[in-house]
Design a protein around this ligand. Sequence first.
Ligand code: PLP
Length: 587
Amino acid sequence: MSDSEWSIGLSKELYGLNNYMRQEFIDVDDEGFLVVKVNGSSIRVVDLMKKYGLSNAYVRVLPAIRWAMDQVVKSYREASERYTYNGRLIPVYPLKVDANPIVVETIWRYGRKYNWGFEVGTPQELKSIERYLAEGSGVIVLDGFKTVEELETLKKYAERNWRVIVTIESEREAELVSKYAGSLEVGVRIKPMSRTGSKWSLSLGFSSKFGMTLSHFLKMIKDFPHLKESLTTLHIHGGSQITDIKAVSKIAEESLRIFQDLREAGFENLGVIDMGGGLAYPYLDLRDASYESPNYTISDYFNTILSIFKNTGKHPDLVFENGRIITSAHRIVVAKVLETREYGPEEFEEGLDIDFVRKARSIQELERKLIEFKEVLGKMESKSDWGVKAKLIIESTRAKMISAVAMKVMKLVDENPENLTNILNYPTLFKIVTSPSRRFMVSYSLFADIPDKVIVNQYFQVVPASRLNERPNVLASLSDLTCDSMGEFREFYSYVRSITNWRQAFTSIDSRLIAIPGVKIKLGGIPLHLPSSGEDYYVVFLDTGAYQDMLAMKHNLIGEPPEIVIDEDYNGVRIECSKCENNGYID
Ligand SMILES: *Cc1c(COP(=O)(O)O)cnc(C)c1O
């Protein structure tokens, strides 16, 4: 079904599909289906789910990982040409981000041509990559709390072509590495003092969990003179997902200054700066430096760093330790809508008089009256001694009020298009017209599939797998299958540049606001379509490929759904499903 009041282009704006990290792989076909594009083929997400009979799955698009790796190397090359920079790029993959065998295998195999190594933070991670260490060569950076066993293992590989950099953070670790002088290089992790505004800013400043202060390090040198020789690397990690390029730039400046001073102080072998992670992934690609949306790309990242690092005699080599940017796009969570529920009654009993809504002559008047009315209504709702009859009246009144307000706002916008932007000035009104009217019961577990929603309140882009050629019907919250009230997702950022008709700013059934042209707004629900009876309607959470696999929780025993792996093949595309006999969480 097509919709003359909507277009696929509008859907792509609304659902954030014009995203530089994944637009090569995630797109919408002419009939409004979400597709995965690999090697010239387009595969409908809906078809994948139907083929295997699944209600929930992770879809892994492995070429997205390789593409991201290519972008890193390409962008570095361009930046180093621009600044005639002669330091080398040393890319390593931080296993913490996703140590899933299929992800690590993909990075390792493809990374051979770029000499892509690993960053390891625990003995368990080191063990997980031993077969690659035995097989090849490259660079390995050891972070975290170090053990003798790790150093013994790494010594073995250092003797077989691996370049090993052990990042120390204490006297104990300085002592540990002193026994390996000559085979293991040493890095020192210094606490950055620059503020980055990252949610992970516990990595920063005086009280940060990691690293040592510069003064501590310089004092320590006296007891461990071997460091003068073996120190090759200065390591500064400013926290994950640093969304403001100015903060990246400050950390780069801070690093370079310390690097120069240490070299002048006689650390002659110091030649590498490890800037850690922090390169932000565009969960939203609006470039506004909000938590979700970095104001820079991979290319801007290198241009910024190299434009600073070039200002010294010996250009340092740069360890690239970012993982989020490499793996985020590759995994999407697909989940079927099993049932839809209404927030309030649709058929109204007699209720309190809400004629003030219809009669309001302006948006200001509506807001003012609403505030008064909501206060009265709130007091009534909190009464505990009222019987069923009274309760019905109150429930009906609220439902009727919300619906009347939504209709009235549409009418006000119809009369005067400027009212669309005016709504922003009226918070009570705005909240009502962007509130969900439906709860979609969806076959997923927020705790298993997108745990960072609970841990750091991370934003994920949601998009329906079909009907992207139709105007959304309703705003919906997405309830998961756990018995936990936190298992609900209902955040949505909308940023649409232009609409051709004011109706496009509203959903077609519950008349909720979904767009104000040129303004980023946060909705209280996801714009979706009400599935018709028997329709297989799926929602997709994008960008879940970093950290979510590793942090997954088993709340209510839900987890480990089937996985559909999509990769390119000599003759096209290879699709494989593992654990597909599980059928997803619920049939
Ligand atoms: C977590 C971590 C990384 C990865 O950072 P992202 O920005 O999330 O990719 C890199 N280096 C160190 C030391 C880390 O702790």
